[in-house]
Every structure is written in structure tokens, then in C-alpha cells.
Design a protein around this ligand. Structure first.
Ligand code: BT5
Length: 283
């Protein structure tokens, strides 16, 4: 007989049971038809890449209770103690789709899940952060494997601070990071959270693949705290741009109006909000 959901929360060792519980009632078109739950791994992105290289279908999900070498962009460390959602999804978008936009849409799915189901006032910081106030609750890492210019598959990793205690992060991060548990003053069901997240991501991914892309980016822009804010963006080569973020380009880049009045589009970089504003309060 299947056990109740609360006891399942403690059964990460019994991977298939947990995976089945997550898949139950998911009804997703693409994402989550196959879910793999691991107790511990280096990085779920690495696991998902291995599975994709071995031919795993689009929508395969890998989830780990603990990551021992979770990473962010540019090799930065992502702290992944017990209590968070550390998860990666294998995607195989059409070759004409811009992969950079998968980071944006996944961030949107995380923010939408937090707002819709948990009443958490999550906003987006371009390109890959989900914030509550000015604290980071989630980060996205998208990695593509290419043959020449053509993407063979893309792995999108989601790190979401769910049931973590502030003490489980290093001291230096405690002022910059926040968890759902700290905001809600209670633990959430990881199974339910993952299911909601996968469902929302599936909806947003269908919009991305189909004819509803514009609607998706309109939603993104509404929730993007970066737009309208003064920012400092460091691009890969160490080049720095400062100015007012004015919008998102069709390729998913940030449109910046520099102090000397030029418009530049930045496709990727590290963005700091230098002057924050209060908006996006949840209605
Ligand atoms: C990110 O990078 O924000 C992407 C994080 C993606 C993590 C997921 S977990 C599942 C999958 N498997 C992986 O190995 N990775 C993905 P970036 O924008 O570079 O931000 C990294 C910075 O975020 C670090 O330098 C810290 O300042 C901060 N940070 C690290 N751990 C954090 C945490 N748990 N919560 C909030 N901030 C954190």
C-alpha cells in the first residue's frame, strides 16, 4: 500500500516511490513523464546531462536531496544542503529557438509558482535570479550541448530554497538569501512544490514552443524587477555597463539606456540593481 505524503517526504532513499508520488496527477505535456530522485549527487545538471547523452527523452527530471558540488554560472558555488529543491530538466528545443530564453522562462515559472500557490511576492532579476525583496530565493542554470551550432539538448537546473534554515547557508550568504520556510514560517511539502513547479514549467514551455510566446514575455516583463531600475551589468569579458534597464530584447537580452544616452542590448552578464524600486507588490 502506498504511504501518505508526509511519510514519503522522508523516503528519499526509496527513489521510485518518491518519483511516483511526484508524477501522480502531474498531467504534463512534456515535462515530468520521467522523474528520477537521488539522495545525493554532485550536481543534478551533470546527472541530467549524462541521461540526455544516453538518449533520455525531453522532459526527464532529476531531483536530488543534497548536491555536493552544486554550481551557479561561471563555476560559482551553489549551496545545496538538505531542504531545498535541486532539480534539472532535459529539454530538446527546436534548433531555431534561442536557448538563453529558457533561463528566463524557467525563472518565470518559479516566480509564478511561488506567487500563485504560496502567496510569495517573487520577482525576477535578469537573467537568472528569482528574488523576494532583494534576497535570492532561486537561481537558474541553463547548459546546452551542441553539435556545431545546433543544440542537441539543453539542461535547465533550478535551485529553490524551500525548507532550508538560514543557518544551513554560509554566514556571508545569510543576508542575501531567503527560503520559503523563512518567509512562510512553516515547511512546505516538497512533493507538492515540485509537482506545481513542473506543471507551471510545462505550461510555460508549451507557450515558448507554440504560438503564445508573446504572452509569456509580457508576463516576464511584468514580473521583472530589473526593468525600470538602475543597473550595473558586467559582461563576460569584464566589460561593465551602467544605466537604466529599459526592457528585454527579442533574444532575451537586457536593453540598457546608458548614462550618455545610448541604448545597448546585453545578451548575458551579471546584473546588479544599483537603485531598487518598490513595485510588483502582489495584488
Ligand atoms: C545561479 O548562479 O543562481 C544558478 C544556480 C543554479 C542551481 C541549480 S540547483 C540544480 C542544478 N544543479 C546545479 O549544479 N546547479 C543547478 P549564479 O547567478 O552564478 O549565482 C551564484 C551565486 O548565488 C553564488 O555565488 C552565491 O552568491 C549565491 N548562492 C549560492 N547558493 C545559494 C543559495 N542556496 N541561495 C541563494 N543564493 C545562493
Amino acid at each position: 500500500m502506498r504511504s501518505g505524503s508526509s511519510s514519503l517526504e522522508n523516503q528519499w532513499n526509496s527513489d521510485p516511490i518518491l518519483a511516483r508520488a511526484i508524477k501522480q496527477g502531474l498531467n504534463a505535456r512534456t515535462i515530468g513523464h520521467s522523474v528520477i530522485c537521488l539522495r545525493e549527487t554532485t550536481s543534478t545538471n551533470d546527472e541530467a546531462k549524462k541521461l540526455a547523452a544516453d538518449g533520455a527523452a525531453e522532459g526527464t527530471v532529476v531531483l536530488a536531496k543534497i548536491q555536493t558540488a552544486g554550481r551557479g554560472r561561471l563555476g560559482r558555488e551553489w549551496y545545496s544542503p538538505e531542504g531545498g529543491v535541486w532539480m534539472s530538466v532535459v529539454l530538446k528545443p527546436d534548433p531555431d529557438r534561442i536557448i538563453q530564453k529558457i533561463t528566463l522562462l524557467t525563472g518565470l515559472s518559479v516566480a509564478r509558482t511561488l506567487r500563485t500557490f504560496y502567496d510569495i511576492n517573487a520577482v525576477l532579476k535578469w537573467p537568472n535570479d528569482v528574488l523576494v525583496g532583494d534576497k535570492k530565493i532561486s537561481g537558474i542554470l541553463t547548459e546546452g550541448t551542441f553539435e556545431g551550432e545546433v543544440p542537441l539538448y539543453v539542461v535547465v537546473g533550478i535551485g529553490l530554497n524551500a525548507n532550508m534554515e538560514p543557518e544551513s547557508l554560509p554566514k556571508t550568504l545569510r543576508l542575501e538569501a531567503v527560503s520559503m520556510k523563512a518567509l512562510l514560517q512553516k515547511e512546505v511539502s516538497i512533493i507538492e512544490l515540485v509537482r506545481r513547479l513542473l506543471k507551471t514549467l510545462d505550461q510555460d514551455y508549451q507557450s515558448f514552443k507554440g504560438s503564445k510566446e508573446e504572452e509569456l514575455w509580457n508576463q516576464y516583463k511584468k514580473l521583472c524587477a530589473t526593468i525600470g531600475t538602475d543597473v550595473r551589468v558586467e559582461v563576460d569579458e569584464g566589460e561593465v555597463y551602467e544605466g537604466r534597464a529599459e526592457g528585454i530584447s527579442p533574444e532575451g537580452g537586457l536593453i540598457l539606456r546608458t548614462e550618455d544616452g545610448y541604448n545597448v542590448t546585453i545578451l548575458s552578464g551579471d546584473c546588479i540593481h544599483t537603485r531598487t524600486k518598490k513595485k510588483h507588490e502582489k495584488e
